[in-house]
Design a protein around this ligand. Structure first.
Ligand SMILES: Cc1cc2nc3c(=O)[nH]c(=O)nc-3n(C[C@H](O)[C@H](O)[C@H](O)COP(=O)(O)O)c2cc1C
Length: 198
């Protein structure tokens, strides 16, 4: 089976990058395949043009979507599942990933007469500087889940999972203390990603 990984972090010198690589190792060690979009590395354009905005806002299928958007949509439709890996920025995905949704989730693909394939599974894997208790206060974690699962992935994935790697701030000693166990957890996420999915 194949998972499309959408990865978004501005630096290779990051825990998130290591989590991504361990996750990939788990995917391949379990005999599965992956495709990767590394949004910063690709320099993926994430501002909508006026033309793109008017197309989607008016529920129109014309003009054709841009080639870079089409390429992302084809990656989705060639995969069985999707995984998003990113650091939490201001209780959201980095702006680059938010812009990826703005441009790739087009009318006629992700809504309207959808041509987007139903994903068997969608996994969100995030690193967060704050401890889990802080993310749970004010319902911050809940709001992240609601936006991803209640909106962006709503009706587009049969199974969903949200995994948080917390207390990863560089000033927090837990970042180093939990480093190896976090990498192991990411590897196991990859290793067991397709368990129970035929
Ligand atoms: C612009 C910015 C905004 C951030 N906002 C949050 C936040 O809202 N909640 C949180 O828990 N961590 C936040 N962080 C911390 C990052 O999530 C943390 O630095 C990252 O997960 C550490 O992992 P890394 O080594 O992969 O960068 C923010 C970091 C930056 C740079």
């Amino acid at each position: 089976m194949k998972v499309f990984i959408v990865y978004c972090h501005p630096s290779a010198d990051s825990l998130t990058r290591h989590l991504r690589d361990e996750f990939i190792k788990g995917i391949t060690d379990s005999g599965n395949e992956f495709i990767l979009s590394d949004l910063y590395e690709m320099g993926f354009k994430t501002d909508m043009s006026e033309e793109e905005y008017l197309r989607d806002a008016n529920y129109r299928s014309t003009p054709d979507v841009a080639d870079d958007v089409k390429a992302e949509q084809e990656k989705i439709n060639s995969a069985d599942a999707i995984a998003f890996i990113y650091p939490v920025f201001w209780t959201e995905a980095p702006a680059k990933l938010v812009g990826w949704f703005d441009r790739v989730w087009t009318y006629g693909f992700a809504y309207g007469e959808k041509t987007m394939k139903m994903m068997d599974k969608a996994l969100i894997m995030v690193s967060a500087g704050n401890p889990l208790e802080r993310l749970e206060s004010f319902g911050l974690l809940d709001s992240m889940k609601k936006v991803m699962f209640g909106d962006r992935l709503f009706g587009r994935a049969a199974e969903t999972e949200f995994v948080v790697f917390d207390s990863t701030s560089r000033e927090n000693p837990l970042r180093e203390k939990n480093w190896d166990s976090n990498l192991k957890k990411a590897y196991e996420q990859g290793l067991h990603f397709f368990d129970g999915i035929k």
